[in-house]
Write a protein that binds this ligand. Structure first.
Ligand SMILES: Cc1cc2nc3c(=O)[nH]c(=O)nc-3n(C[C@H](O)[C@H](O)[C@H](O)COP(=O)(O)OP(=O)(O)OC[C@H]3O[C@@H](n4cnc5c(N)ncnc54)[C@H](O)[C@@H]3O)c2cc1C
Length: 418
């Protein structure tokens, strides 16, 4: 999607953001911050308004004890590099580290450890915000909690994040990683349910990918962090029902593991596919419905055209109790799954992108009818009424905060919620 703003702000400080929002408000205009502009479907765009390139505000740290203060335009790879220098890591990191802190905190930020630690926006100690009235305000769970709860996973509707204090944990040196392959979805899900509760691994993520021999392959990616001696493979894999002949174990450094998407990005940039439209669909589905919903979607899927050779369907377990950001909508089940269509089309064709956007909407409606919810970084249009349904009982909280902190509805119009 292409929309042209009137001007781009390169802020040198939070005060620059505040003054520009005040000026925009005085002209009756709109304003949106942009992190790395990876969101699809025009969510960070403002036709005939002002966008702020937040990448000019990207200082990080240093880490101090269990926390680090970062500017919102910093990318997670910079945060991780800086904190690892002090033996620390954010508890949750997205699959791709070149996303901005502000850009993921306003959607939530799902990563491999979300089942244990929640989303990235659950791991924030406090935030500095510029509101839609151009006021600089700090907030946390105990200070301006209404703003704190409306900003985290609140789709940028009430404020621009300029600074965040992030929680940190001790970082492991290395990971023991296994790719495990299954004959079918039911067998993979049986193991997922065991692994999601016994905590023998630090990360468990499922994927359904095109098999080299044709058809679909069901794959678990299971990771154990460690320092010093490598953990015992037999203990880690005891009782699992994958095909032992296909197991792929590796040992790699913690940073290298987390930065694994970088090589994939380089390959896609080299062959041009990085620059094609990527209409992804990201949802959450509860354990009680997962098998029937996923099987129905897979029956209708043409992997070659709907995913592309490098695409995949993600199916990653998440314990709902780990999530605390009030605006992130999850299914009712204790065990849920991130159920995502990571489409990597091999064409730049606009009609093909439009077909996949329509397919996203239809698939979302089926997932939603089965009690599933939307992770709102997906590419398809949502009406105001659909957003209201999406937020459900939390909509009033967002609406009240919008009226208080952005009464003229200046901020981040690309989601089309208000
Ligand atoms: C290759 C790839 C991999 C991904 N992997 C994951 C993943 O593992 N987990 C996951 O959860 N998501 C993932 N995403 C989705 C991603 O988290 C969201 O699209 C995110 O919003 C993009 O961050 P960005 O810095 O590019 O933000 P942008 O696209 O620039 O902005 C996204 C939205 O945030 C708003 N915004 C940006 N900065 C701020 C700020 N400082 N304050 C307030 N609002 C702001 C913008 O206005 C816009 O509405 C992935 C996306 C891509 C392209």
């Amino acid at each position: 999607m292409h929309k042209t703003p009137e001007a781009v702000l390169l802020p040198g400080s939070a005060d620059d953001v505040a003054k520009t929002i005040q000026w925009t408000a005085s002209r009756g205009g709109k304003f949106a911050p942009q992190g790395q502009r990876h969101s699809t479907f025009g969510r960070s765009l403002v036709p005939r308004g002002i966008v702020a390139d937040m990448s000019t505000l990207r200082s990080v740290g240093p880490a101090e004890g269990d926390r680090v203060v970062v500017e919102a335009g910093a990318v997670w790879s910079d945060v991780l590099r800086a904190t690892l220098a002090q033996g620390k890591t954010p508890p949750v990191l997205t699959e791709y580290l070149e996303l901005s802190v502000g850009g993921t905190l306003i959607v939530g930020g799902v990563g491999g450890t979300t089942s244990t630690y929640g989303v990235q926006s659950d791991n924030v100690i406090d935030l500095e915000i510029v509101t839609g009235e151009g006021k600089k305000v700090t907030c946390s769970a105990s200070n301006n909690a209404d703003l704190f709860n409306a900003v985290r996973a609140g789709l940028g509707q009430v404020g621009v994040i300029t600074k965040a204090t992030l929680k940190l944990l001790a970082a492991p040196e290395s990971v023991r990683r296994f790719l495990l392959f299954y004959a079918d979805l039911a067998t993979m899900l049986r193991d997922v349910r065991v692994l999601a509760t016994d905590n023998r691994f630090d990360v468990v993520q499922g994927a359904i990918v095109a098999a080299p021999s044709g058809g679909l392959a069901f794959r678990l990616d299971a990771v154990k962090n460690f320092d010093g001696d490598q953990p015992d493979d037999d203990v880690l894999l005891a009782g699992l029902s994958d095909d032992p002949a296909q197991r792929q174990p590796t040992t790699i450094e913690y940073f290298e593991y987390l930065n694994r998407f970088a090589a994939f990005e380089a390959a896609l940039r080299a062959n041009g596919q990085w620059f094609f439209p990527h209409p992804w669909l990201m949802t959450f589905i509860g354990d009680s419905q997962v098998e029937s919903v996923v099987n129905a979607e897979l029956d209708a899927l043409n992997p070659a055209t709907d995913l592309g050779p490098f695409g995949q369907v993600v199916l990653a377990p998440i314990r709902r109790s780990a999530i605390s950001s009030p605006l992130l909508r999850m299914p009712a089940d204790d065990l849920c799954y991130a159920f995502n269509f990571v489409r990597m089309p091999t064409t730049n064709d606009a009609s093909e992108a439009a077909r996949l956007v329509a397919a996203n909407k239809a698939a979302y409606e089926r997932v939603n009818a089965a009690g599933g919810t939307l992770y709102p970084v997906s590419a398809f249009p949502m009406s105001k009424a659909e957003w209201r349904d999406h937020f459900g009982s939390s909509f009033d909280q967002l609406d009240v905060a919008k009226q208080q902190y952005d009464p003229d509805k200046i901020l981040t119009p690309g989601y089309e919620i208000f």
